[in-house]
Structures are given as C-alpha cells and as structure tokens.
Design a protein around this ligand. Structure first.
Ligand code: NAD
Length: 358
C-alpha cells in the first residue's frame, strides 16, 4: 500500500538539501523499490513569510495524515527579531508536540572514510555506531512547576521540575530495546539515580521493562560517567536510552565525536511509528544558496524514514550503502573535505548517491 510522505523543506539550506533527498526518493520510486506519495508544505520562516505563521494549521493537518515527515531545517537571522511565538523554531516544536513525537533517535555513526574528521584519535572513533534514544516530550523541559518568581525579599527564585511517570519511562525503554534487538542487543540506560529520585525510578522501570527482552544486555550508567565514557571509549556503546535533558546533551556530544555535522540524520517517533526525520544540523544561513551544503545527513534521514516508518528496510540499506560508496569514491562536500579527495557541491553529491544506488 502506498505510504504518504510530507516534505517540509524550511529555511536556509533546507530547500537545497531536501531537493537532493527527493532525488533519492524518486529514484527508489522509479525502480519500484518503494511505493510512496509525496506532498510538500510550508514550515518555519518560509511559512511565516507566506502566511504569518511558522506552523500553519494545514501543515500540521497534512503531517498528521502522513506516515512520515521529512524536514530540512528552520530558522535564520531574518526571523530572530520576531516574537518567540512567531519564530521558525516554534514550527518545529509545534510539529513535535502536535504529532506526539516522544522518542528521538540520534545515531552517531562515523564512516571509516571520515575518521580523520573527528577531533579524537582515529582508532578511538573509526567505525563508531551508537544510537542515542532520547525521551523528547517529558522531563525537566516540560515539568511543572516552572518559572522565575520574585520573593518578598526582592531576590528572584528560578524553578524547573524533573517529572516522569512510569509509563513514560516504559515506552521510551521499549523503543530502545526494540531498536537494540535489530542491532547489537546492548542498551545502556543513563540516569543520575544516586542523586535524583525521579531517575532512581527510571532505573527501576528500565529493569522491569527489560524482563520482556531476555536477549537484551541492559546496563546503567550515571550521566556524568556516560559523558566521560563517550569521549574516552565511545565504541563500548550500542544503544543508549535516557531522559530529555541528558539526551539533549549526550547526543550533541556523541554527534561531535564524528566531527561532521553534515553527515548525521535523526528521527522522532510517536507511539504509532509515525515519525519526523531531519538532519541534526540547522539551516546554516552562512552557506545557504551557495550550493555547497552537505546533503548526506538529509539523505540518511530518508534511510531512517524508510526503516522506521515506511517498513522498507532493504531500500534503507541501499541508501546507506550508496552513501558509503560515494565516500569510497573520494567525493566530499566542503565540510568533510580532506587532502586527496575531490570536492563537490550539494547537487553533485546528491547525483552521485543516486548513481550509486544502482
Ligand atoms: P547550523 O547547524 O545551522 O550551522 C552550524 C555550522 O555548521 C555552520 O557553520 C554551518 O555552515 C555548518 N553546517 C550545518 N549544516 C551543514 C551542512 N549540511 N553542510 C555543510 N555545513 C553545514 O547551526 P547554527 O548556525 O547554530 O544555526 C543556524 C540556524 O539554524 C538558527 O536559526 C538555528 O535556530 C537553526 N537551527 C535549526 C535546527 C533545526 O531546524 N532542526 C537545528 C539547529 C539550529
């Protein structure tokens, strides 16, 4: 049955990188590997400029009616002076909330061909393949009470609250365990159970949930140690599962182990497997319109989309192999360029991936 994809290109380099991802999708459609219908819609600054709203109601409705959403990026200096409710980022947050995307999947993969791009020694990171599963709709970013109040003494007091229910912890652990079952079957749950009661409960729920996954090797780590281990010996990890804030920080740290922001995809899933897929980088206003942006993170986001929301793992494998092949051919966009390689622009990189698919 045909699956529906909504494409929201957004701002800055968004339209350029999404155009290359579309070439890949269309090539797979043309050779019969996938059966999809593709629609597009406005988001972010582009939507604000067109209709005065960074997330028009039609965009959210179209997203809800899709199996998956492919997003480029949103934001840019042009919209920074706007009130926070009208800024492009509001479109992204509204989409996450509107679709109930509670599980954020952030792989940190270092293609051996790019081992020199990392600031860590090549042997520490070469072949790195970690999946960080971050809880996205709960925890301290959403907990009540929150805010800043002025005390009778005139001093201000700021409060944020870390809140999780057992069911929220269980569902994110299940996502992590299900993913690990298709990988190395190892999950490290990251908490601060020695200090925070809420994450002590997190650990208990992780252990209880793991009873349904006898093949999973579940371990636990305090977040401070996890940060240290990520830079000391990152290849010890397969899947990591953690809270919203710890995941925010650790996934950026893990991404930077690879040294190439233009290479990393991400997925955010809801309970029905519907997902939004996007590169981890932003709209890169400094290079927008120049045809030099790396489209590979967006193309790899399409691979994640095929694997996690569209039930087309073979097509996902083909995309990932094609990306590896173009790197083997020595093709590099400016952000991952190194000596002896051939520098190409956004469109040439997209074309090379399409050619490598066959
Ligand atoms: P950024 O990720 O856009 O750019 C950081 C640096 O990485 C820049 O030098 C940029 O040129 C480079 N870069 C990013 N993607 C690249 C690619 N595909 N190929 C080559 N180089 C690439 O982060 P920023 O500069 O902090 O933010 C710019 C705008 O993007 C801001 O408005 C910010 O709010 C927004 N943003 C959006 C998202 C999103 O849409 N999910 C995420 C982060 C930032």
């Amino acid at each position: 049955m045909s699956k529906k994809i909504l494409v929201v290109a957004g701002d800055g380099i968004g339209p350029e990188i999404v155009a290359e991802a579309m070439k890949v999708l269309q090539a797979l459609q043309a050779d019969g590997s996938i059966d999809v219908s593709i629609e597009d819609a406005l988001i972010g600054g582009a939507a604000y400029d067109a209709v005065g709203d960074p997330l028009p109601a039609e965009t959210l409705e179209a997203a809800k009616a899709s199996d998956a959403v492919l997003l480029g990026a949103v934001g840019g200096p042009k919209w920074e002076p706007l009130h926070i409710s009208k800024r492009p980022e509001k479109g992204l947050l509204g989409m996450r909330a509107g679709l109930g995307l509670f599980a954020n999947l952030r792989p940190a993969i270092l293609y051996p061909q790019l081992a020199d791009a990392s600031t860590l020694k090549a042997d520490v990171v070469s072949g790195l393949d970690i999946m960080i599963v971050r809880e996205l709709t709960g925890g301290i970013y959403f907990g009540q009470p929150r805010g800043v109040e002025t005390l009778p003494s005139g001093e201000r007091k700021g409060v944020n609250t870390l809140v999780y229910t057992e069911s929220e912890v269980e569902r994110i652990c299940r996502v992590a365990f299900d993913i690990a079952m298709k990988r190395g079957k190892k999950v490290c749950s990251v908490d601060k159970a020695n200090v925070l009661e809420c994450t002590e409960m997190w650990r208990e729920v992780a252990v209880k949930t793991a009873a349904d996954y006898p093949e999973i090797d579940l371990s636990h780590m305090y977040v401070d140690n996890a940060a240290m281990q990520l830079v000391r010996a990152p290849k010890q990890f397969d899947v990591m599962v953690t809270t919203n804030m710890f995941g925010d920080i650790l996934s950026d740290c893990a991404a930077m182990l690879t040294g190439s922001i233009g290479m990393l995809p991400s997925a955010s899933l809801n309970a029905d497997g519907q997902g939004m897929y996007e590169p981890i980088h932003g709209s890169a206003p400094d290079i927008a319109g120049k045809g030099v942006a790396n489209p590979l993170a967006t193309i790899l986001s399409v691979a994640m989309m095929l694997r996690y929301s569209l039930d087309a793992p073979a097509a996902a494998d083909r995309i990932e192999k094609a990306v590896s092949q173009v790197l083997d051919q020595g093709l590099r966009t400016a952000d991952i360029m190194s000596e002896g390689m051939r520098q190409v622009g956004t469109a040439e990189m997209g074309d090379a991936v399409v050619a490598a698919l066959s």
